[in-house]
Design a protein around this ligand. Structure first.
Ligand code: FAD
Ligand code: NAI
Length: 458
């Protein structure tokens, strides 16, 4: 039976469900179709589960240092079964919260696969019931992404897995973990599993880990990872994975024109993610795509009027908060309003130890753009909270336009960097200047007072 909506959202991740809530809150009759679990990659296989693992790792690391602060305890260790139970409980709590919000906002939630057959027309499949056709003035595609799997011989051997598999590990910590791809997922898992007790080896194809980041950050992180005992090979390409009796899984890789081997009990493949559109388009229906990603303009419009796409499925920056911002802006456009959110200024956060966070331009990027910029660095060894809590040597850097003092960017590697970056996001999004930021009094003792000290030096 046909049912008319103002908006049908396909995909219940942070892009889709937040857009559905926003649209419903702004008076649109809204439907949301999700084929798996509400919360998408972020809640079920991404942001939240990894941060639960990293929180556990942080507790383990703290327990190792507890003796220095006069606290006696027996050696701590992780129980993966118990950690999985905790993960299920926490994810379940958050999922129930989202479902309750959707219900309260009167969003009709359908379980099944949304298949677009024509503009304004979505067929609900695989719902366990008869196929249903829904109609709407607008469709928002928020189908997300899945792990990219490179064509390496042996990639499908048991024990070789993507982040989805490693996040479901229940039977103990692998003694030896090889990570193919030293990007964001690679570094977060290297942090967690090196704390859990694995010997971690990272094999990265480019010349440095976290190649998308500012050079100083990635070099500093390489040093800290080595200090944690993580073995890092850069400019290294995996040729083959094979199983060799007692030795376990063997990753054969080339480094500086030499063939090397790394032994593993588990191999994580984290070489990027690809947009997901399986089953999304009905026969004969097309919209513009480019190497699997849905092409949109900066407001989320696809090549077909009335159909928008946001988040990972559009490629580009694949982050939960980017998907949410794009979704909210797309809803504004559907309502004929100007988008409110600066979705061009997206903070990037990596939950290593210490954390990494950045936003806006680096000094090199400002220079390349022909901007006369100044940059200043504050080393966190002078920050009381960092010293008292035994934090690693980290820093904060700010980049500002020389003539006007307008804040252009910030890069940080320190405790709580992922929370502190928000202050710079506000500054950059509102074109605040160094003088504007100097007016603020920062509480003491905090990590964030380092921002106040840094700003005073510029
Ligand atoms: P998704 O969250 O992927 O949701 C898409 C949903 O659509 C899925 O639930 C899927 O089942 C559903 N779907 C797909 N096709 C259909 C269809 N035809 N019909 C119905 N439903 C459909 N980002 C951060 O910002 N911070 C982090 O700390 C972070 N950590 C991460 C850690 C890992 C290990 C991974 C893998 C990712 C991480 N990300 C993180 C990235 C983040 O998870 C994604 O950027 C975000 O989830 C994208 O949101 P989305 O709404 O576009 O898609
Ligand atoms: P990524 O793009 O961050 O890193 C992939 C890495 O693999 C790159 O360094 C790349 O050079 C390398 N690589 C590619 N092919 C290779 C090969 N054949 N051999 C060796 N190395 C190879 O992608 P990743 O880590 O898989 O994460 C996917 C996305 O998930 C990220 O882009 C990010 O958007 C999101 N994410 C975000 C997090 C956060 O915000 N804290 C945490 C985890 C994931």
């Amino acid at each position: 039976m046909e049912q008319a909506y103002d908006l049908i959202v396909i995909g219940g991740g942070p892009g889709g469900y937040e857009a559905a809530l926003d649209a419903a809150g702004r008076g649109m009759k809204t439907a949301l179709i999700e084929k798996n679990d509400i919360g998408g990659t972020c809640l079920n296989r991404g942001c939240i589960p990894t941060k639960i693992f990293l929180h556990a790792a942080e507790m383990l690391e703290s327990s190792k240092k507890a003796g220095e602060y006069g606290i006696s305890m027996t050696a701590a260790a992780v129980d993966m079964g118990a950690l999985q139970d905790k993960k299920a409980e926490l994810v379940g709590t958050l999922k129930d919260g989202i479902s309750a919000q959707l219900k309260k906002a009167k969003v009709d939630v359908y379980c099944g696969t949304g298949c677009i057959t024509a503009p304004g027309c979505v067929v609900l499949k695989d719902s366990g019931e008869e196929e249903k056709t829904l109609s709407a003035g607008n469709i928002l595609i928020a189908c997300g992404s899945v792990p990219a799997i490179p064509p390496i011989p042996g990639i499908d051997l048991p024990g070789v897995m993507s982040s989805d598999g490693l996040l479901d590990l229940r039977d103990g910590v692998p003694e030896r973990l090889v990570i193919i791809g030293g990007g964001v997922i690679g570094m977060e898992f290297a942090t967690a599993f090196s704390s859990f007790g694995s010997h971690v080896t990272v094999i990265e194809g480019m010349q440095r880990i976290l190649p998308g980041l500012d050079k100083e950050l990635s070099q500093s992180m390489k040093m800290l990872m080595k200090k944690r005992g993580v073995e890092i090979h850069t400019g290294a390409l995996v040729k083959e994975i094979r199983r060799d009796g007692e030795r376990g899984l063997i990753c054969v890789f080339s480094e500086k024109e030499e063939l090397c081997e790394a032994e593993a009990d588990a191999v994580l493949v984290s070489v990027g993610r690809k947009p997901y559109t399986e089953g999304l388009f009905g026969e004969g229906f097309e919209l513009e795509t480019e190497r699997g990603r849905i092409v949109t303009d900066s407001d989320g419009r696809t090549s077909v009027p009335g159909i928008f796409a946001i988040g990972d499925v559009t490629g580009g920056i694949m982050l939960a908060h980017a998907a949410t911002a794009e979704g909210r802006n797309a809803v504004s456009v559907m309502l004929g309003e100007e988008p409110e959110i600066r979705s061009d200024i997206i903070p990037s956060c990596i939950y290593t130890s210490p954390e990494i966070a950045s936003c806006g331009m680096t000094a090199d990027e400002a220079k390349a753009a022909g901007i006369n910029a100044v940059s200043q660095k504050y080393v966190m060894t002078a920050n009381g909270k960092t010293v008292l809590s035994g934090g690693e040597r980290g820093y904060i850097r700010v980049v500002a336009e020389a003539e006007t003092g307008v804040i252009l960017g910030a890069q940080m590697m320190c405790e709580r960097a992922t929370d502190m970056i928000a202050e710079f996001v506000t500054a950059i999004s509102n074109r605040l200047t160094v003088s504007d930021m100097k007016k603020a009094v920062y509480p003491h003792p905090t990590f964030s007072e380092a921002i106040g000290e840094l700003i005073r030096q510029i």
